[in-house]
Design a protein around this ligand. Structure first.
Ligand SMILES: C[S@@+](CC[C@H](N)C(=O)[O-])C[C@H]1O[C@@H](n2cnc3c(N)ncnc32)[C@H](O)[C@@H]1O
Length: 309
C-alpha cells in the first residue's frame, strides 16, 4: 500500500489547532494519516489522537502504519458518530481540537475501482464506505429523471442538469452506461459543442453524485453542531473544504456562532458576549502559491478556524 496523500495546508492546520502537549485531538478524516502523523509529532506522552474514517482502506492503512503509536486510536465510522466514538476512547467527552479535511482522498480518486474519477475507467461506485449498499450506479438505475436532475443542480450547480439526467436514464435503458468513462461521455455530450471549458464538464456532475451518495453535506452539518458541545473552552475547530457548498456551510456556521470578528491566533480572548459559542481565528483562507505549485489539490482548498468560548 503506497502513501500518496500530501496533507493539505499542514502548517496552517497545526497552527490552527494550537496543540497543547497533553491535549486530546480528533482527526475526523484520517485518509492516509498525513495530518494525523503531524499532530502525533506535536502532542506529548499524555496527549491523545483519535482518528476516524469511514473508508475500509483508510482503516487498513492505519492498522499497518499507525499501530506503533501508543497515543493513537482509530475508528472506522462516520464522523457524525463522533459522540459515541469519544465515549469509547476518551474519559471525558470533551476534546481540545477537531480537524475536518473534507472530501475524497487522493488514493480514493486515484484508484479507478473506486469510481470517483471521470478520467479513469472504473465501476460507477463512488462510495467512501464500501459497506453501504447504495453505489452511484444503483442510485442512477433506481432514481427518476427529476430526482437525478435535482441532485445535479443542488450539489453540482449544474445548469444542464435535466438534459444530463435524461441522457443518463436513456443510456441505462439501452444498456450503454457501464463505466465512469461512459458516464463522463454522456455528460460531456450534453454540453454545447465548439466551446472551450476551463474544467471538464463532468466535474460538476461527478461532484454532485458523490456528495449525494455519501451524504456529505448532512454529515458536515451534523458534526459542526456536535463540535459546539465537544470542544473544550479555548479548543479549536479546523476545517478544510474543497468546494463552495462545503465552505459556505462552514463559514455560515462559524459566523452564526461568533460575532464575525477575527482573533489573532494564540492571543487570549476578552470581552465576549454571553450567547456566543465561537470566536473566529484569523488565518489565510487559501494555500500559498508555493504549496499550490507543489500540490495541485491545494488549489481549491479553503481553511477556516474557530476557537471555542
Ligand atoms: C481529503 S481526505 C483526508 C486526507 C487526510 N487528511 C490525509 O492527510 O491523509 C478525506 C477523508 O475523509 C473521509 N471521510 C469523508 N467524509 C467522511 C465522513 N462523513 N465520515 C468519516 N470519514 C469521512 C474519506 O473517506 C477520506 O478518506
Amino acid at each position: 500500500m503506497s502513501f500518496s496523500h500530501n496533507p493539505v495546508m499542514i502548517n496552517r492546520v497545526i497552527e490552527g489547532l494550537n496543540i497543547i502537549s497533553n491535549g486530546t485531538y480528533v482527526d475526523c478524516t484520517f485518509g492516509r494519516g498525513g495530518h494525523s502523523r503531524n499532530i502525533l509529532e506535536k502532542i506529548g506522552e499524555k496527549g491523545k489522537l483519535i482518528a476516524i474514517d469511514k473508508d475500509k482502506a483508510a482503516e487498513d492503512y492505519a492498522k499497518e502504519y499507525f499501530s506503533k503509536y501508543k497515543r493513537f486510536y482509530f475508528e472506522k465510522s462516520n464522523f457524525s458518530d463522533i459522540e459515541y466514538i469519544l465515549e469509547k476512547y476518551n474519559d471525558s467527552k470533551k476534546v481540545n481540537g477537531i480537524l475536518l479535511d473534507l472530501g475524497v482522498s487522493s488514493p480514493q480518486l486515484d484508484e479507478a475501482d473506486r469510481g470517483f474519477s471521470f478520467m479513469k475507467e472504473g465501476p460507477i461506485d463512488m462510495r467512501m464506505d464500501t459497506t453501504n449498499k447504495m453505489t452511484a450506479m444503483l442510485w442512477l438505475q433506481e432514481a427518476e429523471i427529476d430526482e437525478i436532475s435535482r441532485v445535479l443542480k443542488k450539489y453540482g450547480e449544474e445548469k444542464y442538469s435535466y438534459r444530463i439526467a435524461k441522457s443518463i436514464k436513456k443510456s441505462i435503458e439501452d444498456k450503454s452506461l457501464k463505466t465512469t468513462l461512459d458516464l463522463s461521455n454522456i455528460i460531456n455530450n450534453c454540453y454545447p459543442k465548439n466551446k472551450l471549458y476551463k474544467k471538464n464538464p463532468s466535474t460538476k456532475s461527478f461532484q454532485a453524485i458523490r456528495i449525494f451518495i455519501n451524504k456529505e453535506l448532512q454529515e458536515l452539518e451534523k458534526i459542526l453542531k456536535d463540535c459546539l458541545e465537544l470542544i473544550e473552552k479555548e479548543g479549536r475547530l479546523v476545517v478544510i473544504s474543497f468546494h463552495s457548498l462545503e465552505d459556505r456551510i462552514v463559514k455560515n456556521f462559524i459566523n452564526k456562532h461568533s460575532d464575525g470578528k477575527n482573533i489573532i491566533s494564540k492571543l487570549p480572548i476578552t470581552n465576549i458576549s454571553s450567547n456566543l459559542r465561537l470566536k473566529k481565528v484569523k488565518i489565510p483562507l487559501k494555500a500559498s502559491d508555493d504549496e499550490i505549485n507543489q500540490n495541485v489539490r491545494a488549489r481549491s482548498a479553503r481553511i477556516r478556524v474557530a476557537e471555542k468560548l
